[in-house]
Every structure is written in structure tokens, then in C-alpha cells.
Write a protein that binds this ligand. Structure first.
Ligand SMILES: [Zn+2]
Length: 438
């Protein structure tokens, strides 16, 4: 290796990365423990604005659920940092790359080795995540009465999602690797265009092909509710391809409603758990909130932001991939240093290192994204209050908070970093009070 200086770019990058990883770990730990302490401190009584509307038992269940998830979250944070460290500075990715080089060599112009590296990386990460995922579903969710999954359904889900991941991910990865090798110095621009096209394709495929693999979608049968919702859609000038009920209760007691699809193919999806729990007034208000996101062009704005950020990301990757210190600084010997003149490219290494490093630095920007998202939620609430009933939305929010055991007393600083939705107290403060008898 060529770096003999004490202050080589490689060493400097190692230090910056190690510092960022430590800072991110400490920040996440600090925020998570703040949240847990805050929730525990406020668990003895229902906060005054909710007194009489949320029973004490429900408030304490929410506190217990938040604490249980928080403890698991601490483990996840520690494991996540350890995994990033293991892949990078501790030499995991380098060892995997060397092993595959020895095994596959330069067959297929190196593409085979590159794809094998990506696949092995994904497989190993999936196996590492498995115990915590199982614990989350079958211990934490189970204990609080949310889990409805059997082990066999869980296994079937895992097999199906792995298969979907391979069918979609492998051709995409092969195409990106091919562009990196064949499209010259501006490969990242082509790869970005491909990535954006892939995302748009997913928006079309998800509701029509992928989601039906996991859930049953039946047209909304309740005629009175149907008419009401159709009237709301017409009033808001919104065209949807259909109203569907999803059997969310197969897996979990958590309730939700959402829109999917692009353009005229948009559909409205209600979880059966939501329809069982809310009154028609409340369902209409929840739907009006979702429509508010469309009316304010939140989806388009979010997509535009993602497009712009990923363009910057690909441009950065295009530059980093050519810098030896980007590899050596992260504990990897790039193939071009290892075997000069070799046919094996470094592109998969560059992609993986980039994917490992970006979240480490990105977490510090989380408050910006979360603040934007929370502002959008307020706007959608205001739209729902104007088009449907603000009081019905408020009572729906309370019911959903109670049913999902979401805490009413989050730590304000934790909210700034991690909440895409404003806390219930802030949302309700801007809505008319729900009628007392709800
Ligand atoms: Zn929303």
C-alpha cells in the first residue's frame, strides 16, 4: 500500500468515520434513554388534557409497551453499530470479498463475484437481524396482545419477501454494476436514472402485484360507508381506482389506512382493524387527513426531495468510488490495489461501503426530515378539519393512540429526531375537542 504518511487521507477518513459512528451511537442511546425515563416518569397518571378520555390502564399499557420497545431498541442500536464496525474497520467486508475472489475469481468478467458479494452481504445481515425481529414479534408484540402471527405465517412471509427481494433486487443490482463498469465516468447519472425508474415501477407494482402476495384486498362492502367516502372523494376532487379493505388483522391488531399507487391507479386501503374500531364519522375524517396529504402535494414534494437527495448521493458515490482512501479508510483493500491489472472491479465494494456509511452521517440530519414530516401532518389535519369533522378526527386519533398503545407523553427531544407525526397532545391542541360521549 502506498500510504506511509502519518496523516494520510485514509487514516483521516478512518478517524472521521469512527468519530461519527461513536457520536451517532451515543446520540441514539441518549435520546432513547431520555424517552424511556420520560415515559416512566409520567406513567403514574393520565396527563390532564386526556383525563377522562383515556383510562389509566390504557395509559399504563402504553408506557409498558413503549418501555419494552425501548429496551429492545437499545439492543438494536448497539447491534447496528457493531455490525457497521464489523463490516468496515474490523475487516468483515474485506474478508468476505477475499473469500469470494478466491472462490469465484474473475469468471464472467467479475460480475459474478460482484453479485455474489452483494447477495452474501444481504444474506448475512438478514441472519444477524433475525433474532431481534423474532423477539419483537413473538415476545414484545405478543405480550401486549398485538401479535396475531403464527410461526408458519411468519416463515411464509419471510420466504415470500426474500423471493421478491431476489427477483427485483438481483436484476437491479446487475444493471447498476454493469453501468458502473460500462457507462464511463458519468455512470452515476445513468444509475440514478435507473434507480428512479425502479422506484416509480415499485409504486405501480406494490399495490397491484406485491401487496396482494401478503394480504387479501376486498372491495369495501359497507354500502353506506362507501357512499359517504365516495362523496368525500368527489367533494375533494379526488379520483381513486377503488376502495379496498385489507386483512391486516391476520398479522397484527395495529390499525391503519393508506393510499397507494400512481396517478389514476391510486387506491384507498383500509385495514379491517380500523373499520372495526372507528365510527363512520371517524373513518371519513381519517381519510380526509390522507386526502390532505395529496391536496398539499406532500407526496410529490417528498418524492422530489428524494430524487434530489439521491442524485447528490449518486454523484458523491461516483467520486468516492475512485478514491483509494474511501476503501482503505474503511478497512477494505480495493481490488485495484490488491491485484493491479485485474479484471475484477470494485463496484460492489463501493456500493456496500456507501450503503454502510451514509446512515452513520445521515442520522444527524434526521431532525430536518422529521420536522418537515410533522409540518405536513398538521397541514393534513387542518384539511381534514375543513373537509370532514375536526372533532371526529380528534376522537379517531385518541382511539388509535389507545389501541396502538402509543405513548401520550414522549420526550420532546426524542420527538424532534424520531417522530414523523406530531405527539397526540400537539395534534389535538389544534383540533376541536371531541364530543364528550365518544
Ligand atoms: Zn398523515
Amino acid at each position: 500500500m502506498a500510504d506511509h504518511d502519518t496523516f494520510s487521507p485514509s487514516l483521516a477518513f478512518t478517524l472521521v468515520f469512527a468519530l461519527a459512528l461513536c457520536a451517532q451511537l451515543l446520540l441514539k442511546f441518549w435520546l432513547a434513554t431520555r424517552q424511556m425515563r420520560h415515559v416512566a416518569r409520567h406513567s403514574a397518571e393520565v396527563p390532564p388534557p386526556f383525563a377522562g378520555r383515556i383510562p389509566l390502564a390504557a395509559h399504563q399499557k402504553a408506557a409498558g409497551y413503549t418501555l419494552a420497545k425501548g429496551r429492545l431498541g437499545l439492543l438494536e442500536i448497539a447491534l447496528g453499530a457493531a455490525v457497521v464496525l464489523g463490516w468496515t474497520l474490523l475487516g468483515g467486508l474485506d474478508a468476505l470479498n477475499q473469500a469470494l475472489l478466491a472462490l469465484v475469481g474473475e469468471r464472467g468478467g467479475g460480475l459474478l463475484q460482484q453479485l455474489a458479494l452483494l447477495a452474501a452481504f444481504a444474506l448475512i445481515n438478514g441472519v444477524i437481524d433475525l433474532p431481534l425481529t423474532l423477539y419483537q414479534t413473538f415476545v414484545v408484540e405478543q405480550r401486549f396482545g398485538f401479535n396475531r402471527m403464527t410461526l408458519s405465517l411468519w416463515l411464509a412471509d419471510m420466504l415470500k419477501s426474500t423471493l421478491v427481494g431476489v427477483l427485483l433486487g438481483l436484476p437491479l443490482a446487475a444493471a447498476v454494476l454493469w453501468l458502473m463498469g460500462a457507462a464511463g465516468t458519468l455512470w452515476w447519472l445513468w444509475a440514478w436514472a435507473l434507480w428512479m425508474g425502479f422506484n416509480l415501477l415499485l409504486m405501480v407494482l406494490y399495490p397491484t402485484v406485491i401487496a396482494p402476495l401478503f394480504n387479501k384486498f376486498t372491495p369495501l362492502a359497507d354500502e353506506a360507508l362507501r357512499q359517504r367516502i365516495t362523496a368525500l372523494l368527489a367533494r375533494c376532487g379526488f379520483a381513486a381506482k377503488g376502495l379496498f379493505v385489507m386483512d391486516g388483522s391476520r398479522r397484527s391488531a395495529h390499525a391503519n389506512a393508506y393510499f397507494t399507487g400512481l396517478g389514476a391507479a391510486k387506491r384507498v386501503v383500509f385495514f379491517d382493524t380500523l373499520l372495526q374500531r372507528l365510527t363512520p364519522d371517524e373513518i371519513e375524517a381519517v381519510l380526509a387527513h390522507e386526502l390532505g396529504h395529496f391536496k398539499h402535494h406532500h407526496i410529490g414534494k417528498r418524492m422530489a426531495a428524494l430524487f434530489a437527495m439521491s442524485l447528490a448521493g449518486f454523484a458523491l458515490l461516483g467520486w468516492l468510488a475512485t478514491q483509494p482512501w474511501f476503501y482503505t479508510g474503511l478497512g477494505v483493500r480495493p481490488n485495484f490495489l490488491l491485484a493491479p491489472g485485474s479484471q475484477v472491479p470494485n463496484d460492489a465494494l463501493a456500493l456496500l461501503l456507501f450503503a454502510l456509511v451514509v446512515p452513520v452521517f445521515g442520522y444527524f440530519f434526521a431532525p430536518l426530515w422529521a420536522a418537515l414530516s410533522r409540518r405536513h401532518e398538521f397541514q393534513a389535519d387542518a384539511y381534514a378539519a375543513a373537509q370532514a369533522s375536526g372533532a371526529a378526527l380528534a376522537s379517531a386519533l385518541l382511539k388509535l393512540h389507545e389501541d396502538n398503545a402509543s405513548t401520550l407523553t414522549p420526550d420532546p427531544l426524542y420527538v424532534r429526531f424520531n417522530y414523523s407525526h406530531p405527539p397526540a397532545l400537539e395534534r389535538l391542541a389544534r383540533l376541536p375537542a371531541p364530543a364528550a360521549n365518544l
